[in-house]
Design a protein around this ligand. Structure first.
Ligand code: SDX
Length: 430
């Protein structure tokens, strides 16, 4: 604990506030006693300068473009490990031994099936229902099937619920995709690895044997690693806030999925691909760059900019490399969308507006091109983001539940509404 303090003085009233230092990164001023000492709140809509929690899971240095999961750089994890290894690391805090990895893979694999009555939820949806709407509904509904793992005070039940969430997200995501194209659901197969199992559940048909392409499976597994966690982003903060009331983990993850859906957050991968399709050809890029810079135009370059990264998103670099790998494997020599994306990036990165505002491509800029090439429809892009981020949400939720100082999250406000006034009857209102 640092002995440093920070003093806040307003109208002669001072509060001496402790400073807490982390392992790396910015220190914090602990303002929890500010209101009791000064009668004032801090004000920070969007939390641009506010740490909502202490965490040991993920660290981002936005200026240097660094992302660490439990201290390990994202590029090393993406290069050397697989997604379930990353899941183990995020949940338990250490890389697994061979025996621990084998046991973890075995446990996850044997939770991949969903209750067969889940199938009935799907028939209530139109075929063209957005799969994210289906995921919010079905993941929330899981709490109706697993009462035995909603006692969040029991660590064993919390771990079972964590396994169930990580294992069942691919199954539900594949079911949402199959339902949208009118094909029968494909059950998980226990002799396949996590991501190969997911690809088979999405693209296999009963009429013929499905052969997993190992290059595509490896690429998608790496994409899942890149999306697994990201500190206190909007959807993770939503999961933590929902969990702080004691809500069950399935309901909390459903809340996280709902928040991720927004185009400013996880919905950006779908929006970025639609933007590239709308631009269509490189010669139309200047028109869209001008729109993005026009204060009176709400248009933004989707897949560009980030609250924390004021340098290149390290995930975007790996994503770009993976895009080329997948297109080469699929024999896609000249993808017009990729041409537009590469040209758009080069123009934007040289443009004064983007340089001054430190706007770089983020993870969502290239992911859509890759996923589309793999055969996923645009509407499934954010579902895949949610599939991968589930482990991050669960790890952050568990950390919050296990924090002895944890209390229900209840922000205050700056009230600028009407002062107290007496009721006026209808007759008196004229
Ligand atoms: C994700 O938080 C996370 O970690 C999220 C995420 C994760 O893994 O969980 O990394 C995943 O959500 C990535 C971000 C995906 N979203 C998009 O690509 C949508 C497009 N980007 C923007 O909407 C925006 O950049 C945000 C939402 C990502 C960040 O918004 P901020 O931090 O609130 O920044 P801002 O809106 O205050 O923008 C600062 C300035 C503004 O101009 P001024 O008002 O200062 O003049 O930059 C401009 C903005 O207008 N700006 C953009 C822009 N992004 C910001 N201008 C044009 N195009 C853009 N994309």
């Amino acid at each position: 604990m640092s002995s440093k303090t920070s003093t806040v003085t307003v109208d002669g009233t001072s509060a001496e506030l402790p400073v807490k230092e982390g392992t790396i990164g910015p220190s914090v001023i602990d303002i929890s006693k500010l209101y009791s000492q000064t009668g004032m709140f801090t004000y920070d809509p969007g939390f641009t300068s506010t740490a909502a929690t202490e965490s040991k899971i993920t660290y981002i240095d936005g200026d240097k473009g660094i992302l660490l999961y439990r201290g390990y750089p994202i590029d090393q994890l993406a290069e050397h490990g697989d997604f379930l290894e990353t899941c183990y690391l995020l949940l338990y805090g250490e890389l697994p031994t061979a025996a621990q990895k084998a046991d973890f893979d075995y446990r996850v694999t044997r939770h991949t099936m969903v209750h067969d009555q889940m199938n009935r939820f799907f028939t209530g949806f139109r075929r063209d229902a957005h799969p994210m709407a289906i995921m919010v509904a079905c993941v929330g509904a899981l709490s109706a099937f697993y009462h035995d793992s909603t006692d969040i005070s029991d660590p064993h039940q919390r771990m079972i619920a964590s396994m169930r969430m990580i294992a069942k997200m691919p199954t539900l995501a594949a079911m949402a995709y199959k339902y949208s194209i009118g094909q029968p659901f494909v059950y998980p197969q226990n002799d396949l690895d996590y991501t190969s199992n997911f690809l088979r559940m999405c693209f296999a048909v009963p009429a013929e044997e499905y052969k997993v392409n190992p290059v595509l499976s490896r690429a998608l597994d790496r994409i899942f690693i890149l999306h697994a966690d990201h500190e206190q982003n909007a959807s993770t903060s939503t999961v933590r806030l929902a969990g702080s009331s004691g809500a069950n983990p399935f309901a909390c993850i459903a809340a996280g999925i709902a928040c991720l859906w927004g185009p400013a957050h996880g919905g950006a991968n779908e929006a970025a691909l639609k933007m590239l399709e709308e631009i269509g050809t490189p010669d139309r890029i200047p028109e869209y760059i001008a729109k993005a810079k026009d204060k009176n135009d709400p248009f933004r370059l989707m897949g560009f900019g980030h609250r924390v990264y004021k340098n290149y998103d390290p995930r975007a670099r790996i994503m770009q490399k993976t895009t080329h790998e997948v297109l080469n494997e699929l024999g896609i020599k000249d993808d017009p969308l990729l041409d537009v994306a590469v040209e758009l990036e080069q123009i934007a990165l040289k443009d004064e507006y983007f340089i001054e505002k430190k706007l770089y491509p983020n993870i969502d800029f290239y992911s859509g091109i890759t996923l589309k090439a793999m055969g996923f429809p645009t509407s499934m892009f954010t579902v895949l983001f949610a599939l991968a981020r589930t482990v991050g949400w669960i790890a952050q939720w568990s950390e919050m539940i296990e924090d002895p100082s944890q209390r229900i999250g209840r922000p205050r406000q700056l009230y600028t509404g009407s002062p107290e006034r007496d009721y006026v009857t209808l007759a008196q209102r004229g």
